[in-house]
Design a protein around this ligand. Structure first.
Ligand SMILES: [Zn+2]
Length: 100
């Protein structure tokens, strides 16, 4: 569907706020309230939706393959924005880092 009328003000600041939580969201460690907020935002924001999808795929790729498909520039930006470097650097060796 094509949304001719924008349902909300689309500011980069708004997305940035959520981008910082996407890593937690994908890992399932995000709080319930923020989680719902983020999901509501993703309904209207394709950018954040794409980032979540891409990031989820990237993370699963890192678990399966030594080399990701993402170009380095994109990867670096994602890592910088989402602060996932520690997570990705543990790709080999210890797999079960999730402490619930
Ligand atoms: Zn957004």
């Amino acid at each position: 569907m094509n949304a001719a009328e924008r349902p909300h003000e689309h500011t980069p600041e708004n997305c940035r706020r959520y981008l910082g939580s996407l890593g937690d969201y994908i890992e399932g460690t995000l709080g319930v309230e923020l989680c719902h907020e983020l999901e509501a935002h993703m309904v209207v924001c394709e950018n954040c939706r794409v980032v979540v999808n891409t990031l989820a795929k990237t993370i699963s790729l890192y678990h399966q393959l030594p080399a990701p498909e993402l170009p380095n520039a994109v990867k670096e930006r994602l890592l910088a924005v989402l602060d996932l470097k520690p997570f990705l650097q543990n790709g080999t060796g210890s797999e079960d880092l999730q402490a619930e």
